[in-house]
Design a protein around this ligand. Structure first.
Ligand code: GUN
Ligand code: FE
Length: 509
């Protein structure tokens, strides 16, 4: 039972843990210990009920009231929380609207008018409270948010995220041209000054208590400070809405502080690429616009990247920038199908983005489903032998490049968790479970219970036994796959960030 004096929380039960692009651990009976600081202290695999006390004792804990012991039930498992590497908080009220447009018309007709409303700080605060709550309850433990051009409204977004306890980047959009009259900044200087103000504001939000072990105190690396939940991020919306002086000014701001992250859109839509090239004729292409401004580096997050040339992929890899793959949005706005497999083969960092409201779902689960379908489209169009043709001898799955096969479950899981953490340069402390990392996790429940739909359509006990012959590990992998493709927020019982429950179906304010 929960105890107010608990010094550690110990979970016993099924755990899913991503390892790399091709592998994850499915541990049917793990024991995982989290300190009150939110840090994972230790993980033990294969611990039957009868051995729980012994294994805890071996790790220096006795099962008394200083331990908050959580026994997971059949049909429940822990997994790392989702990392949404690209979304727009002020567009959540627009979800499901305007899908008949392509990007540039959609921005002008649907998106900019809604974002303009966030000049009203009270409207911003109220809307963002609903938005962030919904995103947390969808299982997103780390989120890369775009706000609007408004400084005060975007401060309100940072406040809400901080208050609700989500790990996040929050950026104020920079836009000094090619928007509507009521939704554009008056000059590059005004845009840069407001960005500076937001950075200062976010950096003065209270920090988390230092970790007692001191394991994660950012020992001189450029990772975002792990004691801060909310981080500022420079957010030139995209090249079209930024003049060259604005982009170079933001580049200077970034150069003065190598720890600052940068997020923007790149090569999402063919008309956008053509327009961008016409605005920056001196540049060799879209990526070069950002590169020349000093905005392409190892803490830059580039959303979409649907129409990149090979040379652009080369420069992105060289600079160490990461890609946010936003397949729901890419389908919904008819932008195209991103060559994610090729980026993975090249060793480019890739995570998933919901890109609300280009994407019509705030849930990373939907992005996973569409990433799978996008990769199947690419694989179907590739000239390689169908890798899964049962009648033909085939090379080992692992020897087939990602570009030529549908993304398998371990890869989809990786993109949604550890891959996203790599894109955010946070993989040293989130994205998977390991001693010294923070416990950013979901308690998933796939059984029919208290309004949760079973992901099988019938109760878990009716069907889990069917796969029992394959062993508990395979059974757990089946549960994960069902959750990823058939689950929703009703199956997310608890959302933990930094060891603390901040949302989920069981959470109450
Ligand atoms: N490009 C510039 N702004 C946006 C936006 O808000 N959404 C998407 N999908 N693409 C953009
Ligand atoms: Fe976007």
């Amino acid at each position: 039972m929960a105890s107010n004096t608990a010094s550690v929380t110990v979970f016993h039960g099924a755990v899913i843990n991503p390892v790399n692009l091709s592998l994850y651990d499915a541990l049917p009976s793990a024991l995982l210990c989290v300190a009150s600081s939110g840090e994972i202290l230790w993980i033990e695999q294969n611990v039957p009920d009868s051995m729980v006390q012994d294994v805890m004792a071996r790790n220096g804990h006795i099962l008394d009231d200083t331990v908050n012991f959580v026994q997971l039930k059949r049909g429940e498992f822990l997994m790392p929380g989702f990392i949404d590497t690209h979304t727009h908080a002020p567009q959540v009220p627009n979800i499901g609207s305007g899908g008949e447009h392509e990007l540039l018309d959609w921005l002008a007709e649907v998106t900019f008018p809604m974002e303009a409303r966030f000049s009203d700080v009270e409207f911003s605060r109220k809307t963002y409270r609903a938005v962030v709550r919904r995103i947390i309850d969808s299982g997103t433990t780390t989120c890369c948010y775009y706000g609007t051009i408004h400084l005060e409204g975007t401060k309100a977004l940072a406040d809400v995220v901080h208050e609700f306890g989500q790990r996040a980047f929050v950026g104020k959009c920079n836009m000094d041209r090619n928007s509507s009259e009521d939704y554009v900044e008056p000059s590059p200087t005004a845009s840069i000054d407001a960005t500076r103000d937001l950075i200062t504001y976010i950096r003065t939000l209270p920090l988390l208590p230092a970790s007692p072990s001191g394991a994660r105190t950012n020992g001189g690396t450029r990772d975002p400070d792990p004691r801060a939940l909310v981080h500022p991020i420079i957010t030139p919306r995209f090249a079209i809405t930024c003049t060259a002086p604005l982009l170079s000014g933001l580049g200077k701001l970034a150069a003065a502080d190598p720890t600052l992250h940068i997020q923007t859109h790149i090569s999402e839509n063919k008309s956008e690429v053509v327009f961008t090239k016409s605005l920056f004729p001196e540049c060799t292409g879209y990526a070069d616009v950002y590169d020349k401004a000093g905005l392409l580096r190892d803490n830059t997050i580039l959303a979409h990247a649907v129409h990149l040339t090979d040379d652009e992929m080369d420069v992105i890899k060289k600079r160490g920038a990461g890609i946010s793959h936003c397949p729901t949005s890419n389908f919904n706005l008819r932008s195209g199908v991103s060559r994610v497999g090729e980026m993975l083969d090249r060793g480019i960092k890739v995570g998933l983005g919901t890109d609300v409201s280009g994407g019509f779902s705030p849930s990373v689960l939907t992005a996973i489903q569409h990433a799978s379908i996008a990769s199947k489209i690419v694989a179907m169009q590739s000239d390689s032998e169908p890798p899964l043709s049962p009648s033909k001898p085939r090379p080992s799955w692992h020897s087939i490049p990602f570009a030529k096969k549908q993304l398998p479950i371990p890869t989809l899981l990786h993109l949604a968790t550890l891959g996203g953490a790599q894109v955010c340069n946070m993989a040293s402390y989130t994205g998977s479970f390991a001693p010294g990392k923070f416990f950013d996790a979901l308690l998933v429940n796939v059984r029919e219970e208290a309004g949760n739909p079973s992901v099988w359509g019938v109760d878990v006990d009716e069907v889990l036994g069917v796969g029992r012959g394959k062993g508990e590990e395979e059974e757990l992998k089946g549960m994960l796959e069902k959750f990823l493709f058939c689950g929703d927020d009703r199956n997310i019982a608890r959302v933990y960030v930094h060891g603390k429950v901040i949302g989920g179906k069981e959470w109450k304010a």
